[in-house]
Design a protein around this ligand. Structure first.
Ligand code: 5GP
Ligand code: ZN
Length: 119
């Protein structure tokens, strides 16, 4: 990761509270906020406060941050009331998988029935 916010990174700016977002959870190292274009009744993005391009870069860092992020996803699911009905945690990794914001983020989706495979 980077010790500073990456210039012109949308999610660095949201993490720094320079751009508003509807924050649902803040932990020491992670921030969770509602997706601006929700694909389900619950659609929350969970990001590390420091910048990694994608899940692969985050995993390679091997400093426990990926654990924190996954824990935050589950806390969000409990808060949102979807932990019993079921929810999905997705990292779109790379343009071929639909990644459009290159600051790693987990999508937490729930509150409706989710199809598998996602397409
Ligand atoms: P990706 O396609 O990279 O996996 O997901 C990016 C997500 O960020 C999309 O679901 C998109 O709706 C969301 N998004 C893009 N810009 C903003 C924004 O300014 N604020 C919030 N809250 N979400 C955003
Ligand atoms: Zn960033």
């Amino acid at each position: 990761g980077y010790a500073f916010a990456v210039t012109d990174c949308l999610f660095c700016k949201i993490a720094a509270k320079e751009i508003p977002a509807e924050i649902v959870l803040e932990t020491g190292r992670a921030l969770a906020f509602r997706d601006i274009n929700p694909q389900a009744p619950t659609h929350v993005l969970v990001v590390p406060k420091v910048h990694y391009e994608n899940a692969a870069a985050l995993a390679a860092a091997d400093d426990g941050l990926a654990d924190d992020l996954l824990s935050a996803c589950h806390i969000v699911a409990v808060q949102e009331g979807v932990s019993e009905s079921g929810y999905r945690v997705v990292f779109n990794t790379g343009t071929g998988a639909g990644q459009t914001v290159f600051h790693v983020h987990a999508h937490v989706l729930g509150g409706r029935s989710l199809q598998w495979p996602p397409g």
